[in-house]
Design a protein around this ligand. Structure first.
Ligand SMILES: C[S@@+](CC[C@H](N)C(=O)[O-])C[C@H]1O[C@@H](n2cnc3c(N)ncnc32)[C@H](O)[C@@H]1O
Length: 443
């Protein structure tokens, strides 16, 4: 425990009297601003907006050679922003599709070259469309459909789209340039939802048997053109030194947030938003990409690696935070299983805070973006717990910012029974109308 630690009671008071800081609302920004550069390559649940990361960097980074880290990089908002400023960027995410997205979004490609490659690719796959009369010979392409996931693929895709997607995938894997191949794979992954019978507008995996899925060729063409525009602007923004030596600047891994791929005392600023307990099962939400790109052998084992999953509980570990213990105790009276899930979540997060402390330089800060909620009648005060737990890891509680939630992809309602986010009218519990940035300082 730190000397002069703010007690859990004082933390509760601090949060109670906190007013919203409207400077952090970013209300005036349009989707074209929040989706600028490569930020619109792929949808991602609960991503934050680049303007928030930019403002934190403006506020706290003084060195021109800074190193920024995100232990839960998701679709890479922090990583892309750091690279755009010429800083080193590192981090982890356990989600394999997040890694692909973040790598591609942080890799600017020379615009003329990319244009040639996209046109060449589109020309090749145009011949695949079953209704297409072209001057080209239809290539006898064997669809690449991951056999071990065939049941799931059949569940989500019409026969026609399955075959066309399989052929497109085979052609993507024939591309020799790894950067272009990954760029095409991200586009492919993004269109899967539209090309399937996944209920449009729903983040959760729900089938819509009446849906008329988009055709892959058209969807891919449209999205690739959009990505190309984003790449070209990003290419101009990223300093030449970084473009030419990307390996030196970009250090992202698929892995657990408690093991960052960087030495002790080496990071200037951490900007991140953690997963929430029992909210999104990221492994489920990205299952279309996971099955097509064959990213996990066993979906259930894969899910257990995620923090905040309902597939986890600990028997022999104890929480440090008093506030977390109180929440777990209250929940135990209502629902034992959910209490164990919340406990596991806070224990895991304590490990992440320890790791943040290890990697930061003295004088460096970690900024955790997090909201509170109410589950089964119990207030789950994530932000207050984070504030308390950061101190147990050695941090000084430096600042708490309370902000309105912008138009990020976060449904405002929860299903009371399951505690999961829901976008339908059955949901009757408020999720996160405001959120906090909890900032710890390593003195
Ligand atoms: C709220 S999202 C982060 C979104 C990110 N800020 C963005 O802008 O895209 C939380 C992330 O935590 C990741 N995650 C869950 N468990 C993890 C673990 N054990 N280690 C690392 N990342 C994990 C999820 O895959 C998800 O991408």
């Amino acid at each position: 425990m730190r000397e002069n630690q703010i007690t859990h009671k004082e933390i509760l008071t601090l949060f109670n009297i906190k007013n919203i800081d409207y400077e952090w609302s970013f209300n005036k920004y349009k989707p074209s601003d929040t989706g600028k550069w490569t930020h619109n390559y792929h949808r991602y649940p609960a991503k934050f907006i680049p303007q928030l990361v930019e403002k934190l960097i403006d506020e706290y980074v003084t060195s021109r050679e800074a190193h920024i880290n995100d232990p839960f990089y998701g679709c890479g908002t922090t990583i892309v922003t750091a690279i755009s400023r010429g800083f080193k960027a590192s981090g982890t995410d356990i989600n394999r599709i997040a890694y692909l997205m973040t790598k591609v979004k942080s890799t600017p490609i020379e615009p003329t070259y990319l244009n040639e490659k996209i046109n060449q690719f589109l020309l090749t796959i145009k011949c695949l469309e079953s209704n297409q009369k072209t001057l080209f010979h239809l290539r006898d392409v064997e669809p690449l459909i991951p056999e071990k996931h065939i049941e799931r693929i059949n569940y989500w895709f019409t026969e026609e789209n399955k075959i066309e997607l399989g052929k497109i995938l085979r052609i993507i894997y024939e591309e020799d340039d790894g950067r272009i191949r990954d760029f095409l794979l991200v586009a492919f992954s993004h269109i899967l939802k539209n090309c399937s019978i996944w209920l449009q507008g729903s983040t959760k995996p729900t089938r819509d048997l009446k849906k008329k899925p988009a055709r892959p060729y058209e969807a891919l063409k449209r999205h690739l053109k959009k990505m190309e525009v984003g790449n070209n602007v990003f290419y101009k923004i990223v300093p030449k030194e970084v473009r030419d030596n990307l390996n030196k600047y970009l250090n992202i891994k698929i892995g657990d947030a408690r093991h960052q791929p960087v030495p002790d005392d080496s990071v200037d600023l951490i900007v991140t938003s953690s997963p929430y307990v029992t909210s999104y099962e990221y492994a489920d939400l990205h299952q279309l990409s996971t099955i097509w790109l064959d990213l996990a052998d066993d979906l259930t084992d894969y899910k257990k690696e995620f923090i905040g999953t309902s597939y986890k509980k600990y028997e022999n570990k104890r929480l440090r935070s008093r506030l977390a213990m109180d929440i777990v105790n209250k929940m135990t009276d209502r629902n034992r299983k959910m209490a164990k899930e919340i406990e596991a979540f806070f224990i895991d997060m304590e490990g992440v805070f320890d790791e943040s402390y290890r990697i930061l330089k003295h004088g460096g800060r970690c900024c955790y973006v997090i909201g509170n909620t109410r589950l089964k009648g119990v207030d789950v005060l994530n932000a207050e717990v984070f504030a308390e737990s950061l101190q147990y890891s050695g941090f000084k509680l430096d600042k708490i910012i309370k902000r309105e939630i912008p138009s990020k992809i976060l449904p405002q309602k929860r299903d009371e029974k399951t505690g999961r986010f829901a976008s339908n009218d059955n949901a009757n519990s408020e999720a996160y109308p405001v959120e906090y940035i909890v900032i710890g300082l390593k003195e």
